[in-house]
Design a protein around this ligand. Sequence first.
Ligand code: ATP
Ligand code: MG
Length: 440
Amino acid sequence: MRRNLINETPNLIGQKVKLAGWVNVRRDHGKLIFIDLRDRSGIIQMVIIPDKEDAYAAAKELRSEYVIEAEGLVKKRPGGAANEKISTGGVEVEVEKIKILSAPTVELPVDISEDDLNLHLETLLDNRVLTLRNKKVKAIFTVYSEILKAYTDFMKAEDFTEIKTPKILSAATEGGANFFKISYFEREAFLAQSPQFYKQAGAGIFERVFEIGTVFRAEPHFTTRHVNEYTGLDAEMSFIENFSEIMDELEMTMAYIIKEVQKNCAEELEMYKAELLPVKGIPRIRLTEALEILDKEYGKKMETVDIDSEGERLICEWAKKNHNSDFIFLTHYPTNVRPFYSMPSKEDPRFTETFDLLFKGLEIASGGQRIHDYNQLVENIKKHHLNPDDFEHYLDIFKFGMPPHGGWGLGSERIVQKMLGLKSIKEALLFPRDVKRLTP
Ligand code: ATP
Ligand code: MG
């Protein structure tokens, strides 16, 4: 008999099925044994009656997380007993045979059968291989997978070529202290803290490139929005006339991602009571304008021309109230808070042709136009008190003719975090790495 998936059962009433999965929970009511069985498609209630002697004896052994195969008859649940919260809530399986495939060898450290786990973040992460099996926790990664797919599909539809760039580097790319040093045979090497230089090289080859890749950041942060290893959704595009074209592209990308998640992850969004507005016409305002708004409307003054996390939260509140948008672009960051390769603004070179994209209170992407002229780039490296000799290989890109170009770096985990309203970004990684955590 071929294995059926649990979500097929509502269409198989009156028929024999073979299911396989994990025992979510066992409940005994008088002489009856109830098992909630879980597979990749859902959860279903199974009943085992004493008359089926072999199955009953096996069922008596079962505890949570036993892996079993069960054969039985799909029945409509008696009126009033239906569970409307799940798609299989109107049916149950009357079990005839049970085969135990694998049993836990230890007492389970946490109970994961509840709809809402309500565990401490540390407990949730310490017991990750187990807590990830919980339906609602697992749902985060169903949504995550959909985001990756939507990003890939959209980028390809827009004629971007997918590339993978090296993560082991000979030099700390953009300078700064947020690099992990590693030992590389006889030498020292560094882990990439962005694919920036290589994707720009890609833009000089394929015109349009995108990468889904691991990013390493040695920042000793203890926040709800930083981890030390994350997955970046990067893109770089050539022959742009100005940097609003990059924002146009990113806006369309986010609109597509949101639309696809709404279409394909309705049940998961419902579990998290996540509400997503369709993306159209993301407001774009200058950073300096945003700072004025924060001052006037929220009484918040910044010491320098930059915005902090509290400011990001408030300006998103403002965008929601005034533009009915979950997103906002802040543009024209000052030169001193942007990397040396950022294109200075034509009208005022104290500012750059760059932007951040904020979503529900948090920066999810940074991007902008890059300098493509070799001499201008060398000058700008110096202006940033860096040494052009340290950028020899990077500068090669610009020696051989490079079109005007730009792109973005988008944090995949921050999208899920904000979409589902997760308290910490760490919940959006299967096995997160932070300052203290290198396991599991
Ligand atoms: P922040 O100011 O929030 O620390 P950043 O400006 O240093 O972020 P960028 O270098 O602009 O980050 O990286 C591009 C995107 O990658 C960010 O907008 C964010 O979505 C994501 N990102 C950056 N650092 C981290 C991190 N430590 N953990 C998770 N995602 C990150
Ligand atoms: Mg940034």
